[in-house]
Design a binder for this molecule. Sequence first.
Ligand code: IMP
Ligand code: MG
Length: 173
Amino acid sequence: MEKIRVLYDEKTILKRIKEMAKELYKLYGDEEVTFVCTLKGAVFFACDLMKNYKGDARMEFLRVSSYEGESSTGKITLKLPIDAEKIYGKHVVIFEDIVDTGYTLEYIRDYINNMKPKTLIECTLLDKKARRVVDINPTYSGFVIDDLFVIGYGLDYDQKYRNLPYIGVVEKN
Ligand code: IMP
Ligand code: MG
């Protein structure tokens, strides 16, 4: 059995997400916002943030894939698209679980931008800044982390561990 070291527990994650929800509400006030959740990893983050968001919110989903095991292939494929009319002329916020090399977020940002939103920002729960290959900086980050492979709270290792209520690191022994 692998041992898992807790990096951020449930309480810490929720506290930070509540702060982010408040910051977003300050930004949009009573204007309608469309939150785009990137499946599957960002789903826990998106749900907790939206439950704490006081404004007028819509929710859309998209799915891309780029990952096998622990390494990004850099080749992104769109698995679940969004209807362009859901984005056109809207305030849009992209939710990501984690930004690593940046290839995925860049792909998603360009994809959404092509549908001409009124405004577009990116919001990631985790940011592995040191690993960045593409020049992209998410507008909001929950936590900036070191170069560690993390799991839980939606994040997987080969589809496993998404259901952990905390963010952790698998200790290899
Ligand atoms: P990027 O394209 O290299 O920035 O990778 C982004 C995607 O890779 C994220 O949306 C995650 O799904 C996945 N990913 C990157 N780092 C990790 C990690 O430490 N744990 C789990 N998934 C990760
Ligand atoms: Mg993933």
